[in-house]
Design a binder for this molecule. Structure first.
Ligand SMILES: [Zn+2]
Length: 120
């Protein structure tokens, strides 16, 4: 991290306007000689695709995930971006298991109700 790239991370973009302001700053840093340059698309497993930018001055590789609908995106150095994505994937897994448990509970409740209706 340096003044040629960014000294502040964005763990998410709370509003579209916040992202637009950031995007403008990013474009200026890319146009700056010796600043950021595009370094490819990156993806971990089936998580959102990130655009990678590397700083010519300090060598930091930044990953940008643009906001999309409910997804708030982020702009973080590579290591933190990977950790952030992994953590989010973990939360998604927990949500999936909670959903499955609720579904199983509803199914058991329906079976119990059916059994009591047939054999009161
Ligand atoms: Zn830099």
């Amino acid at each position: 991290m340096c003044t040629r790239c960014f000294t502040q991370e964005h763990r998410s973009f709370p509003t579209w306007q916040a992202f637009e302001q950031f995007d403008l700053a990013l474009t200026q840093k890319i146009q700056l000689s010796g600043g950021l340059h595009y370094s490819g698309q990156k993806q971990l497993a089936r998580l959102p695709i990130c655009t990678s930018y590397t700083c010519a001055a300090c060598g930091t590789e930044w990953w940008l995930s643009e906001p999309d609908s409910a997804w708030r995106g982020f702009f973080l150095p590579k290591g933190q971006a990977k950790a952030h994505l992994t953590k989010l994937r973990g939360l998604d897994n927990v949500r999936g298991w909670v959903g499955l448990a609720l579904l199983a509970g509803l199914l058991l409740g329906a079976l119990w109700l059916l059994r009591n209706l047939i054999n009161p």
